[in-house]
Design a protein around this ligand. Structure first.
Ligand code: G
Ligand code: G
Ligand code: MN
Ligand code: NA
Length: 250
């Protein structure tokens, strides 16, 4: 298809970019890390969402190439950051079924000079359903090198709790759907409260995603949620803007 060809060309021409969105500690709003997000603005097609081109790359078997390029770019960008913040990177389901993922990831980090202990890989609940054995092995290999694993979009997939029981995670990211309802809907508030309590018991870190207002941040802080991410703290921005952001925020 036209889209597929354009994406292949963009990967070859190295024009798929990576943006960064801040993740803050809610107690004092200090920036503790950034999530890397793929951005592709095609000369002919205009802006294409990663929600479209990531699945396409997976389906056509070039997600590895795309993802490796993005991870390299993201890790390189962190070298200019003024302090040691973590980098969170989204891993696709196809990569969790590919036994080469661990070595590929480590060799990129090694060549860039990025400490694996600063990397977190985000995985959605549906992604770990595909090939549980391979995913288990990849998880434990990655964690042996100090890479952390986050469960992304928590609460919206199928069998969220089953995932928590069957796999070892370091962090849970509460889906935006719960967060955006927290100030208006008691049910969402109770659900978030329960997730926070559960994560304390399981010794998991918690990030609330999609925080857009001060009221939402206040509510989450009061509920004991450790970290937050969303437009209220900062939108995803390119490497240069991220450096500027870091010089303006503590
Ligand atoms: O940034 P945005 O909301 O447009 O992202 C849409 C979706 O694409 C999200 O689910 C996000 O996790 C995913 N995504 C963004 N960048 C990457 C990436 O580099 N790799 C993978 N696998 N998914 C990504
Ligand atoms: O699936 P994942 O959680 O990786 O997707 C992250 C996406 O959510 C990013 O692509 C980003 O564009 C989007 N996002 C981040 N913060 C906010 C927010 O505060 N509001 C909304 N609507 N989207 C957000
Ligand atoms: Mn994510
Ligand atoms: Na998410």
């Amino acid at each position: 298809t036209q889209l597929e060809q354009a994406l292949r060309n963009a990967i070859i021409a190295d024009t798929v970019d990576v943006h960064f969105q801040p993740i803050v500690r809610l107690t004092d709003n200090r920036v503790v890390g950034f999530e890397a997000l793929a951005r592709w603005n095609d000369a002919d097609l205009g802006f294409v969402s990663p929600a479209v081109f990531v699945p396409l790359a997976e389906e056509r078997g070039f997600i590895d190439t795309l993802s490796e390029t993005l991870l390299r770019k993201a890790a390189e960008a962190t070298l200019a950051w003024p302090r040691e913040l973590f980098l969170s990177f989204n891993l696709s389901s196809a990569q969790l079924m590919d036994p080469r993922t661990t070595l590929n990831t480590l060799s990129i980090l090694n060549s860039v000079g990025f400490d694996p202990r600063r990397l977190e890989l985000e995985i959605t609940e549906t992604a770990v359903m595909g090939c549980a054995d391979t995913a288990h092995r990849i998880f434990s290999e990655l964690r042996d090198f100090g890479i952390k694993i986050s469960l992304d979009d928590f609460g919206t997939g199928q069998s969220s709790l089953g995932r928590l029981r069957d796999f070892t995670f370091d962090k849970v990211k509460i889906d935006r759907a719960f967060v955006s309802a927290i100030t208006t809907d008691r049910t969402s508030e109770h659900i978030i409260k329960a997730i926070v309590t559960m994560c304390e018991g399981l010794d998991l870190e918690v990030v609330a995603e999609g925080i857009e207002t001060a009221a939402e941040a206040d509510r989450l802080r009061a509920l004991g949620c450790g970290m937050g991410q969303g437009y209220f703290f900062g939108k995803p921005a390119d490497a240069a803007s991220t450096l500027r952001y870091l010089s303006e925020h503590h």
